[in-house]
Design a protein around this ligand. Structure first.
Ligand SMILES: [Mg+2]
Length: 244
């Protein structure tokens, strides 16, 4: 039986209580990372540039990075129950992350949750042949330079397969994927972005708030969407989310 609804879920600050990519930047990059983050918040650089700048500040030691990630990794309350309920209802659970990515599967494994997640779209952080830390964006849009991981395309692909999408997130860059979803659960910066861009959303604190939600109808969201994942993406000069 084909899955009924797809949940597209951000990882950092959504599945986990803390944004581990930001924590790593702050811990190892200090004031240099704060300046990079200020440029991102001011929309001077997109999230892809933010990630590329961050990796230059981190130690070239993935084990060390992973052990710090584990120190900060806490799963948001209700996630395990939510996963069980989602699968009992024959739904698809997808994680779409635009963070450093390398710690996602290890953290899910550690908490006994890896087998409950159907698909993971994430960036990859690795040590290259020059001995430098590098971030790869295997799920980026082919020309749009804004996001490292094109979450909007993940949403659109699920809808094209006939599944309504529920988007769950907390970050401002989640607005692109969320704008295509049939139902948005937003907290923190994503909630602010939804208000700014007139996207209807439900506020949430933990996964118990989402567990009993009624599944939405598949709806065409193109008119209110903030980018064109199967078209030109986002205009690179307008990180605020204006389409080409
Ligand atoms: Mg997040």
């Amino acid at each position: 039986m084909a899955p009924e609804t797809a949940y597209v879920i951000d990882f950092d600050g959504t599945v986990t209580t803390k944004d581990i990519t930001t924590e790593l930047g702050l811990y190892f990059g200090g004031t240099k990372f704060i300046e990079i983050d200020r440029s991102y918040q001011a929309k001077e650089i997109p999230i892809r540039g933010w990630l590329q700048a961050e990796v230059t500040l981190l130690p070239v030691d993935l084990e060390k990075l992973k052990s710090k990630a584990f120190e900060w990794a806490q799963i948001r309350p209700g996630f395990k129950s939510f996963l069980q309920k989602a699968h009992a209802g024959n739904n698809l659970v997808i994680i779409a992350s635009d963070g450093l990515g390398f710690y996602i599967e290890p953290i899910l494994e550690h908490f006994g949750l890896r087998g409950e997640v159907d698909l993971i779209y994430r960036n990859d952080t690795f040590i290259n042949k020059q001995g430098l830390l590098e971030i790869l964006n295997p799920h980026a849009h082919p020309t749009c330079v804004v996001c490292g991981n094109c979450k909007a395309r993940v949403v659109v692909q699920q809808k094209a397969a006939g599944r309504p999408v529920i988007y769950i997130g907390d970050g401002s860059n989640d607005r692109f994927g969320a704008s295509w979803a049939d139902l948005i659960f937003a907290r923190e910066d994503l909630a602010h972005s939804c208000e700014k861009h007139n996207l209807a959303y439900s506020p949430w604190e933990d996964f118990y708030d989402i567990i009993n939600v009624a599944e939405p109808k598949l709806t065409d969201r193109e008119a209110g969407s903030l980018c064109l994942p199967l078209g030109a993406g986002v205009n690179s000069n307008q990180h605020g989310g204006v389409r080409r």
